[in-house]
Design a protein around this ligand. Structure first.
Ligand SMILES: *Cc1c(COP(=O)(O)O)cnc(C)c1O
Length: 375
């Protein structure tokens, strides 16, 4: 069996251990400590935001963001349909209603036209949505000017799900700081990882202060354990944060390596008529978390995927849109077929920052071979 090539595997430097060792040496193993504060400060500096709360996951960050915006049972939340289920699940934790919005074709992110159409329709049906969660998929920024314009017009706050987009920017500004609240993930497959972890950011420090309070079991100030609200156990530990501090030091290198992967794939496969790539519009800077290709048909996509699998190379269809998922199909959706078509024809290629040139050559060699045999 040939050596496995993964879609996106953790890429550590060894430097992470310095921070973990410090935590052991100073006995800051129990929950909080200097690494958590340090990581929060690093994230604020990197993302140009005023405040940060380090949490156990991106999912818990989205959950707390919804709670902070007062989302409750039967409230409606507008959300990108073309995403990972973790964007939507926290809406259901609150027993609120996801209203799923399809993508536009330039960035594959939330369509401003469909967003406005949905808002007008929901208002006409009697309910103004409580929040908008938009996702910067695969590290590509969304059309922020248009989306923020619509959100402001109807006074609906934005949560940015930037789980895949740390290191990406729009018109020179890092993703995560555009909305009322922003979310990052440091899961094992993301561009930087803490093995598992996430963060909530905001330019309104009150939100992050409240998030940290809720994430540590909502303890009121008192010598005994006193509670006046429901709390959560969502806080990142000091050990995990140590990994994050080491990782954020190399984030720019990781972005550069992933962008280089994209450039390589595009150079090698860009001339094939049945394959296309999603390009950055002017002012958009993607971290190219995953390189994705769009083929001419479901059949071509599957042929490539299955041969890669046989060659021990991991690839994956694009996210299956949430309005097509059994668990969410009952909810309102504003769609025009865009994300369904992307799902049918698109494929994520191995994209780790630790791939060698040899790995990349193996992948493109197989894809070229598969497409040659068709004709
Ligand atoms: C990974 C991911 C999440 C969830 O983050 P976790 O840290 O795994 O909980 C949410 N949204 C998107 C778009 C993601 O890719």
């Amino acid at each position: 069996m040939k050596e496995k090539i993964w879609l996106s595997s953790p890429h550590l430097t060894g430097e992470e251990q310095k921070y973990i060792k410090e935590a052991f040496d100073t006995n800051w193993v129990a929950p909080l400590g200097p690494n958590v504060n340090g990581l929060e400060a690093d994230i604020c500096a990197y993302s140009q935001v005023k405040s940060c709360s380090a949490l156990t996951s991106g999912t818990s960050a989205i959950h707390l963001a919804l709670i902070l915006l007062g989302v409750e049972a039967d409230d409606e939340v507008l959300v990108s349909s073309f995403t990972f289920s973790a964007t939507i699940n926290p809406i259901r934790y609150q027993k609120a209603i996801p209203v799923l919005i399809d993508s536009e074709k330039d960035t594959w992110n939330m369509s401003p036209e469909l967003l406005e159409q949905a808002i007008q329709d929901r208002i006409a049906k009697g309910k103004t949505p409580k929040a908008i969660i938009l996702v910067h998929l695969y590290g590509m920024p969304s059309k922020m000017d248009e989306l923020i314009g619509i959100a402001n017009k109807y006074k609906i706050p934005i949560i940015e799900d930037a789980a895949e987009a740390i290191g990406a920017s729009y018109k020179g500004r890092p993703m995560g700081g555009f909305g009322e609240l922003g979310v990052f993930s440091f899961n094992g497959n993301k561009i930087i990882t803490t093995s598992g972890g996430g963060a909530l950011v905001s330019n309104n420090p009150d939100y992050c202060k409240k998030a940290t309070f809720l994430a540590t079991q909502a303890r009121d100030e008192a010598p005994h354990y006193q509670h006046s609200q429901i709390g959560y156990n969502y806080r990142m530990s000091n050990i995990v944060a140590g990994i994050g501090r080491g990782q954020i030091e190399v984030l720019d290198d990781r972005v550069a390596a992933r962008r280089k992967n994209f450039e390589f794939y595009k150079k090698e496969l860009g001339d094939i008529p049945t394959i296309s790539f999603v390009e950055e519009p002017d002012g958009f800077f993607s971290n190219r978390w995953l390189t994705t290709i769009l083929t001419d048909s479901f059949e071509t996509r599957e042929r490539i995927r299955l041969v890669l699998e046989k060659e021990n190379i991991e690839s994956r269809p694009l996210w299956k849109p949430m309005h097509l998922q059994p668990v969410f199909e009952e909810f309102p959706a504003y769609t025009d077929g865009t994300s369904e078509d992307l799902f049918n024809r698109g494929l994520c290629l191995p994209s780790g920052s630790n791939l060698s040139l040899e790995d990349l050559r193996r992948v493109v060699g197989i894809i070229k071979e598969v497409l040659r045999t068709k004709y």
